[in-house]
Write a protein that binds this ligand. Structure first.
Ligand code: SF4
Ligand code: SF4
Length: 410
């Protein structure tokens, strides 16, 4: 089913922080009237992406909100009027050089849409003296269950994806691109293969259906057979990874000048009558989403993101951010209590980083920082596979996160 657009008829709450990077500072204040696509917050930091209004209306207030990681962040609450007007300053950027291209990507407000939300321009601005990047890996693996936003991007906007890839290759001087798509999306593989038939330097790689296929190191290996070593970035293997929707969004921004103010989310779960994808303004609240979600029953669990790496949310005022890929509604999910570890070793076999989650847990309980360091808990990418597989229902991933925090603080 094609993506359906949802407007917000209630105020939007737009966070000043979206993923990794410095939070932005508002450039508008309560009482100001803003138009759709108008700059509302920015930062002097390079690793940060500007924030734009996703609606037309009056700024009601600046307030603190809890983001889905439990951090207190500033946000602007903007009333959404019936009539929407695009900001008059919007115009396609003029780009000739790599620097102008990266500047334009920053101005688009884009951050990585597939995961941690690292600003896209900062990723493109790698050190060309240090790294010889020759491959753009386009991440269309979409390995988390339920989420189908990238699949819909391919089916609905494949021309934008090709245009975005060509732009990045040309402006950043990268020689080829590989689009990695999991095999459980055969129509997406077929469509992209048709689209790249006449392209010399773009290929499509059908990947095994595997979680976490989208993890950087896994994806680089499965698309290029290169290895990203411990503590290294994909650049060290000559690769840069961008999410497929991010690539298409770059092409759209260069064409229209309209910044990143709306995104596609999947609404799904065991009480959703018609799971589907929706294009929503950034800042629309969970409460507004629930009104459109066609739910059979009242949910007892709501997750922003996928079931493996997503976070449970409780507040109807929690807004959709730039990195929110899904809202999942569940009822009567099993809530088994954790029992003692039976030393089955399943968590070790499930870990694609070859880590030892069960040992992390023990070391964390004893606050044994030295051992946690030795066990390399810092390499845990919090994919959730160990918790998922554990027959004793131990909350291993949560412990890993706490153990990583403990290391950071010591
Ligand atoms: S969450 Fe578990 S399975 Fe995933 S990387 Fe960390 S230790 Fe390994
Ligand atoms: S999967 Fe669970 S029960 Fe098995 S060793 Fe790991 S923590 Fe223990």
């Amino acid at each position: 089913m094609r993506t359906v657009k949802i407007d917000s008829h209630a105020p939007v709450i737009i966070s000043m922080a979206h993923g990794i990077g410095a939070p932005c500072v508002p450039v508008v204040e309560a009482g100001d009237y803003v138009r759709t696509g108008q700059l509302i917050a920015d930062s002097d930091a390079f690793v940060s992406a500007p924030v734009y209004s996703s609606v037309t209306g009056k700024v009601i207030e600046e307030r603190n909100v809890l983001d889905i990681n439990g951090n207190l962040t500033k946000a602007l609450v903007i009333d959404s009027e019936q009539k929407q007007y695009l900001c008059s300053k919007i115009a396609p950027p003029v780009i000739n050089t790599r620097e102008e291209f990266i500047k334009a990507v920053r101005a688009s407000g884009l951050v990585g849409l597939g995961g941690a939300g690292f600003p896209t321009h900062a990723k493109l601005n790698y050190d060309r003296e240090k790294y010889k990047v020759d491959t753009l890996v386009v991440n269309a693996s979409e390995c988390e269950p339920y989420i189908t936003t990238d699949y819909r991007e391919i089916m609905e906007n494949s021309e934008d994806i090709i245009a975005g890839i060509k732009l990045i290759l040309e402006k950043c001087g990268i020689s080829r691109a590989v689009i990695g798509i999991e095999r459980n999306m055969p129509s997406a593989v077929r469509l992209m293969r048709e689209r790249v038939q006449s392209e010399q330097n773009i290929t499509v790689k059908a990947l095994p259906t595997y979680y976490p296929q989208g993890a950087e190191k896994v994806l680089v290996h499965n698309t290029t057979r290169r290895i990203v070593k411990e503590k290294q970035l994909p650049y060290s293997a000559g690769c840069i990874i961008l999410n497929v929707t991010s690539v298409a969004s770059i092409a759209r921004y260069m064409e229209t000048g309209i910044p990143f103010i709306s995104r596609r989310i999947t609404i799904d779960g065991n009480i959703v009558n018609k799971p589907a994808n929706f294009m929503v303004p950034i800042g629309i609240t969970l409460g507004e989403i629930m009104k459109k979600a066609d739910l059979r029953l009242q949910p007892d669990r709501i997750i922003f993101g996928g079931p493996m790496m997503g976070k449970s949310v409780y507040d109807l005022e929690t807004p959709i951010g730039k990195t929110t890929g899904a809202v999942l509604f569940f009822k009567d999910m099993p809530t088994d209590r954790a029992t003692a570890c039976i030393r089955c070793g399943k968590c070790l076999r499930a870990c694609s980083m070859n880590l030892m989650p069960t040992e992390f847990e023990k070391s964390y309980e004893m606050r044994d920082i030295k051992r946690l360091r030795k066990l390399r808990v810092d390499l845990c990418m919090e994919c959730g596979s160990c918790s998922y597989i554990c027959p004793a229902k131990r909350n291993l991933t949560e412990r890993n996160k706490l153990a990583k925090d403990l290391l950071r603080d010591n």
